[in-house]
Structures are given as structure tokens and as C-alpha cells.
Design a protein around this ligand. Structure first.
Ligand SMILES: N[C@@H](CCC(=O)N[C@@H](CS)C(=O)NCC(=O)O)C(=O)O
Length: 212
């Protein structure tokens, strides 16, 4: 059994997607970041950077892990799923795009959420900068998905890392119709049964975002 400490945010949903896809047994423990529960002493022992998500794997000496990139890789290794380790090109391409999400897409879109969605008009320079960067990153992803069903060969942890951020396209003032390959990819993942389940972890009233 895995304890899954999370909240219904893009980073939380990356791991929710993986847990649902792999069929691993897990228990959800809500950490309401709107109420600062990420700063609780017990949670900080598992996630010292005070961020969700984190896991504790009781099948592996109650092993604690934070940072979604590490968690996705850990779960891929544990299950042998969603990361091709035999084809070295596929493996490194998955790493490459996972790192792209962790180091670029996630942090940049996180800024868009702050300056464009939560605080529009408060810092015009920052808003313009991050919106421009968001469009550039969506363009990079659109090019990558041209002629490809998924980011790397088959559905992988790279797609799972990126998809929940694309699911906030409305918050980012991004029209997915401007990025047709991303739109197609986004919709195909949205239709997966595991995605529909993962979206609601922990239970919330947000509808699954369907682009215009
Ligand atoms: N790089 C981290 C980012 C995690 C992250 O930013 N989590 C946000 C929610 S999406 C959070 O817990 N924020 C609470 C806080 O910063 O206090 C990861 O990939 O796990």
C-alpha cells in the first residue's frame, strides 16, 4: 500500500495519473495547501520542501519520496510501466521530456497561474513575460507532437507530467485550437478512464477542462 499525500493541483495530478494507470493500491491523504497543511510538522518529515505531492511506500520499508519527477520514476521502476527501459532511445527521450516539464513547463506555467489567473494586472511585466513564455512552450510541445500520438512512442510518464499542466490552459489564456497537435494529444489522454479517476483525487468539484 502507498500513502499518497496530495491536493487537486497539476503536480498532484501527475502522480494521481500514474497511480490510477498502474493500478497500484494506494490511500489518498489530502493536504489542503489552501489551509497551509503542507507546513504541518508530520508532513514536513515526508516532504521537507513543504510541497505536495509526496508518497510513502509501505511495501518498501515505508519509503518516503517527494518531487513529482522522482515519484514518477520510482513508480515506473516499481511497476515496470510507462518508462521503456529496454529501448535506450525511448528511455532517454522520456527523460528529456520529463526534465523539460520539471525544469521548464511546470515552473513557467506556475508563474502564469500567479500573474495571469490569480493576480491579473498587478505586475504587467511579469504577466507579459510568463504568458509569452507559456505560448513558446506550447509551441515547442505542439512541434514535438506533430506526427506523434504521445510525447515519446507510447503513453509514458513524460505525458503524465505534462498533461495536468495543459489541463489548466484556460487559466493560462491558452486556446488549444492554436496548438492542434497538443489539442489532439490532450483530448486522447482526457478520454482515458484512469485520467477521469485521477482528476477527482482528492475529491473535488472541478470539471475536467474540455477545450472549445
Ligand atoms: N517541483 C515540485 C513542485 C511541487 C509544487 O509546486 N506543489 C505545489 C502545488 S502544485 C505546492 O505544494 N505548493 C504549496 C507551497 O508552495 O507551499 C514537484 O514537482 O513535486
Amino acid at each position: 500500500m502507498i500513502d499518497f499525500y496530495t491536493w487537486f493541483t497539476p503536480n498532484g495530478r501527475k502522480v494521481a495519473l500514474m497511480l490510477e494507470e498502474t493500478g497500484l493500491e494506494y490511500k489518498t491523504i489530502s493536504i489542503n495547501i489552501g489551509k497551509d497543511e503542507q507546513f504541518n510538522t508530520d508532513f514536513l518529515k515526508i516532504s521537507p520542501n513543504n510541497k505536495i505531492p509526496a508518497i510513502v511506500d509501505h511495501e518498501n520499508s515505508s519509503y518516503p519520496l517527494f518531487e513529482t519527477g522522482a515519484i514518477l520514476l520510482y513508480l515506473a521502476e516499481k511497476t515496470g510501466q510507462f518508462l521503456n527501459t529496454t529501448d535506450r532511445d525511448s528511455y532517454w527521450r522520456t527523460m528529456e521530456w520529463l526534465m523539460w516539464q520539471m525544469g521548464g513547463l511546470g515552473p513557467m506555467l506556475g508563474q502564469v497561474h500567479h500573474f495571469t489567473h490569480y493576480n491579473p494586472g498587478k505586475a504587467q511585466y511579469a504577466q507579459d513575460r510568463y504568458e509569452k513564455e507559456a505560448r513558446r512552450l506550447y509551441g515547442v510541445l505542439d512541434k514535438r507532437l506533430d506526427g506523434r500520438e504521445f510525447i515519446v512512442d507510447e503513453y509514458s510518464i513524460a505525458d503524465m507530467a505534462v498533461w495536468p499542466w495543459a489541463a489548466r490552459h484556460n487559466w493560462q489564456e491558452i486556446d488549444l485550437n492554436d496548438f492542434p497537435n497538443v489539442r489532439r494529444w490532450y483530448m486522447s489522454i482526457l478520454e482515458r478512464p484512469a485520467t477521469k479517476l485521477a482528476w477527482n483525487i482528492p475529491e473535488n468539484d472541478q470539471p475536467l477542462p474540455v477545450p472549445k
